[in-house]
Write a protein that binds this ligand. Structure first.
Ligand SMILES: CC1(C)c2ccccc2-c2ccc(C[C@@H](CC(=O)O)C(=O)C(=O)O)cc21
Ligand SMILES: [Zn+2]
Length: 327
């Protein structure tokens, strides 16, 4: 039994030498760890299942992106930094937040220079708010960062994008977090190659068919795509993986993922590659996949909001339509 440590912030266990939060409700399986040029990789990704590409040197040119290097080379612009009073950094849509009464944003987005971010990180006291830098990599960064970026294995990435018939690469997010930071479980509507540069993160993933156990917020809610709570703990079947420097984790579109920076790993730096979905296949075969059912549910919620003219009427109408009739 792995050693269990408890302190005022929670209970932790050791996972492969890393200190992570203890979630005793999960049956967690492992994710395949393969070399990036392993012949099985392509079929796993084609099957939209997660796979960890180790020693992939897809992002090896950025393994030197520690705070000092980034401070020297990232550029003088200001960066989006999220601050949170807790260790959770829940994503929310700022535009929708304005229209959703009683919504209290779970994090504050601050713009700050990289120097300020570094000094906050270095002099962080237990009572301070936690920070999480999340910045889209664009042409505002310094020339050395551009050089490192261009040295990513773009030939492999674009070949995979083509083979999988994915849409365009929409963004690369640079993420710099503190030990213990958590991105709560959510899904994205994009294919994701998640690259780990410095430090270690523990990722828990759930198949899209676990939707019924994860209770995402309503589509029109600012926290659309995030789970409201973990109630059906027993039934949840998940996967777990530790990602470290040089690893690239394929997070398939619609797969739920919870990401935490391990407690003993120091500052974590990651860069992700988000690709749009490919075109809907002309021939839809039945039964639909779990991903397709999530897309159908989203379309119904979206259409109802438009038909009713008010997102707050969607819930009552759906309850009226289903409760007592489809139980
Ligand atoms: C929590 C945070 C900083 C945030 C705040 C406000 C708006 C957006 C986001 C956002 C988006 C992506 C990530 C990266 C990653 C999770 C992780 O590495 O923590 C992940 O989920 C993915 O790559 O899909 C993290 C964040
Ligand atoms: Zn995500």
């Amino acid at each position: 039994m792995a050693s269990v440590v408890s302190d005022k912030r929670g209970t932790y266990v050791d996972l492969e030498g890393h200190t992570v939060r203890k979630y005793d409700f999960l049956q967690l399986s492992k994710i395949p760890r393969l070399e990036f040029d392993d012949p099985n990789v392509e079929s796993i990704i084609a099957n939209e299942e997660p796979v960890l590409l180790v020693n992939s040197n897809i992002i090896s040119s950025a393994l030197k992106w520690d705070l000092d290097y980034l401070k020297k080379n990232l550029g003088a612009g200001s960066f989006s930094v999220y601050s949170s009073k807790t260790c959770k950094f829940m994503y929310y849509d700022e535009k929708r937040a304005k229209q959703w009464p009683y919504f209290i944003p779970p994090t504050q987005r601050i713009h700050m220079k990289f120097e300020e971010f570094c000094s906050r990180v270095r002099n962080l006291k237990a009572s301070d708010s936690r920070v999480y830098l999340q910045q889209m990599l664009d042409d505002s960064v310094g020339k050395n960062i551009v050089k490192d970026f261009l040295e990513f294995k773009w030939q492999w990435l674009t070949e995979m994008q083509r083979k999988m018939n994915w849409g365009s690469l929409t963004s690369n997010l640079l993420l710099i977090g503190l030990p213990g930071n958590i991105t709560p479980v959510h899904y994205d509507e994009q294919q994701n190659f998640f690259g780990q540069l410095t430090g270690f993160k523990r990722v828990i993933l759930f198949h899209p068919d676990q939707f019924k156990c994860l209770y995402p917020f309503p589509l029109y809610h600012p926290c659309d795509r995030q789970s409201q709570r973990f109630p059906k703990l027993k039934e949840l079947k998940g996967y777990e993986v530790i990602v470290g420097p040089g690893d690239v984790l394929y997070i398939p579109m619609y797969w739920w993922h919870h990401v935490e920076s391990t407690m003993n790993s120091g500052i974590t730096t990651s860069v992700n590659f988000w690709f749009k979905a490919g075109p809907t296949p002309s021939q839809i075969t039945h039964p639909l996949t779990a991903q397709q059912k999530v897309a159908v549910m989203r379309n119904i919620e979206r259409m109802l909001g438009e038909a009713l003219g008010d997102p707050h009427e969607v819930g009552p109408l759906l309850n009226c339509m289903v409760n007592g009739r489809y139980t």
